[in-house]
Design a protein around this ligand. Sequence first.
Ligand SMILES: NC(=O)c1ccc[n+]([C@@H]2O[C@H](COP(=O)([O-])OP(=O)(O)OC[C@H]3O[C@@H](n4cnc5c(N)ncnc54)[C@H](OP(=O)(O)O)[C@@H]3O)[C@@H](O)[C@H]2O)c1
Length: 265
Amino acid sequence: MSKIAFIGAGKMAEAILKELLRAGWTDKEDAVLSDIDHARLEQMQADYGVKAAVSNSEAAQDAEIVLLAVKPQKLAEVMTGLKDVLHKEQTVISIAMGKSTEFIEALLPDGIPVVRVMPNNPAMVGAAVSVLSYGRHAGEEARARAREIFSSLGDVYELDEKLQDEAMAISGCGPAYFYVLAEALCDAGVRLGLDRDLVLKLVTGTMIGSGMMLRETGKHPAQLKDMVTSPGGSTIAALEALEEAGIRNAFYKAVTAAWGRAKEV
Ligand SMILES: NC(=O)c1ccc[n+]([C@@H]2O[C@H](COP(=O)([O-])OP(=O)(O)OC[C@H]3O[C@@H](n4cnc5c(N)ncnc54)[C@H](OP(=O)(O)O)[C@@H]3O)[C@@H](O)[C@H]2O)c1
């Protein structure tokens, strides 16, 4: 079993912890959490039976993996408090959006392996897409450990860190794009007179099924779209309306706005 410390015990820490326990990657004796919110820490301890440390340093000192799961704006302060206990045999993994391995390495003693990961919100149901980039000192062992951890949460992709903000604008923010789409479709169904509970089920099943078609057929989305678009039919009429409303341009703009914002963090 692997020893892991979570610095910050919020939503993402919980999602990761839950999957690592389920996968048997760690067990409750080997997982320790720390958080400034003591009520949250007690809740996590009660829910998962894991240890709660009195400080970030206490949590990190004996762990093989130190997983930084605080908000990006708290990262520098947290790293500064940890730098005296961390050592080269540990691997530091950060999931803080927009914070580079270079930024983290500069706050640590030299030589500590650092891995930067951008998971996404479906981590909460074990269906994340996680994008991994490695710092200067992350050797094969540190990389393999990070891949193992995030594979238990879903799909893992390795990427040159220069492209992390670009990937974040797709998969990091992407769940919100799909949730807005789902919400809009539900309202449109209600507009036609469908029951709201039923229409939500129809939309959810359609999104999941379409995702599975993309994954399992390996076909390009344009080919799959053509499969359901008969000449002169209802679907092409709907697509014409979407194009008139500028749907593709809206996505270009949304993704570019997300990317621009990530650069500012
Ligand atoms: N949520 C997502 O879908 C998602 C996806 C990808 C990446 N991320 C990244 O994951 C990280 C965590 O996000 P989250 O959604 O899990 O946030 P969260 O629920 O707010 O969890 C962060 C936790 O860290 C605690 N904390 C704050 N300062 C601390 C300190 N000095 N020492 C120890 N704990 C401290 C917070 O306590 P207080 O609430 O009292 O401040 C909170 O309980 C962020 O960097 C985010 O960019 C999130």
